[in-house]
Design a binder for this molecule. Sequence first.
Ligand SMILES: NC(=O)c1ccc[n+]([C@@H]2O[C@H](COP(=O)([O-])OP(=O)(O)OC[C@H]3O[C@@H](n4cnc5c(N)ncnc54)[C@H](O)[C@@H]3O)[C@@H](O)[C@H]2O)c1
Length: 336
Amino acid sequence: MRILLTGGAGYIGSHTLVELLANKYKVCVVDNLSNSNIEFISRVQNITKKEFKFNLVDICDHNALSKVFESFRPEIVIHFAGSKSVKESFDNPLKYYKNNVFGSINLLNVMDKYSCSKIIFSSSATVYGNPEYLPIDENHKVSPSNPYGHSKLMVEKIIKDWSTTYNNKSCILRYFNPIGAHESGLIGEHSHDHPNNLLPIIENVFIGKENNLKIYGNNYKTPDGSGIRDYIHVVDLAKSHVAGIKFFDGTKSSDVFNIGTGKGNSVFEIVSIYEKVAKKNIPYVVEGRRKGDISESVADPSKARTKLSWKAELTIEDAIKHSVNWKLKNPNGYNN
Ligand SMILES: NC(=O)c1ccc[n+]([C@@H]2O[C@H](COP(=O)([O-])OP(=O)(O)OC[C@H]3O[C@@H](n4cnc5c(N)ncnc54)[C@H](O)[C@@H]3O)[C@@H](O)[C@H]2O)c1
């Protein structure tokens, strides 16, 4: 089976690449390296001892993408490529509509041209917006509160219409909060810009790149006042894509799944676990709430358990242990 990964050089893509190679799939990565580094190739080869193809291509470039399809002829696309910062999406919404929405339409057009009819799409829990009940199941209403979330929901709808109209197959995975790194410490989260997610910021404090962690809001309606999220180990998340590929063997053509653990942790709890695992104090200051943030987001992952036969296996302590290991070995990500 030939599988094309858009954005396969990124954080979630590179961990998924490792799982696909371990499962003996033939893989081709396309990535414009806008938020990654060519170093990922040797790191993934080092872990897997397997070969894969890489093309430096932007998914918005129809001709370049067509050439990749012409030579590789993928049967399935796993679509990670996109921009992912909620904060940046408020500052530059058009970038998000171009890269995430236009880029996805371009990809679907090229897939049609080469009769590739199966896609797994990286969506986000952000599409749910402020939850009306917890844990959030897939029937919860969708109401994103930021341009990034709007762009993800638009792509979900486009993919659903594309699947229905052409009788194609799609598997939409709504990720909750991926953290951690590969246990080897060779691949992990790498960002060209200042990170906005909790773990990469804690990591920067851990290695002394930043003086303290800014905790945005301690007056949410949660037991300790800080925001609660469903943190999932990136390796568990990566494995959900292998389950997604097997889902295409079934009869149902299109479905959407929450990919989370079903358990929530507050920011203060994460800081305390990190301090225990890293054996280092993480100084913090409490600031006002951040635009677009919500108080609590926890998945009901039971649909993925039933229909994809997938569930998260690793613990939050595993994720933080692997995150510490990655940062100690790669204080500047891949730019060492
Ligand atoms: N990390 C999270 O917290 C999270 C949560 C929910 C959903 N997601 C989604 O999962 C996907 C992967 O996220 P990630 O954390 O691995 O991000 P990432 O930035 O590490 O990876 C994205 C990859 O896509 C590439 N890319 C971006 N635009 C491209 C383009 N136009 N053409 C080709 N390549 C392009 C980047 O260089 C990068 O390697 C994204 O679509 C993101 O929206 C991420």
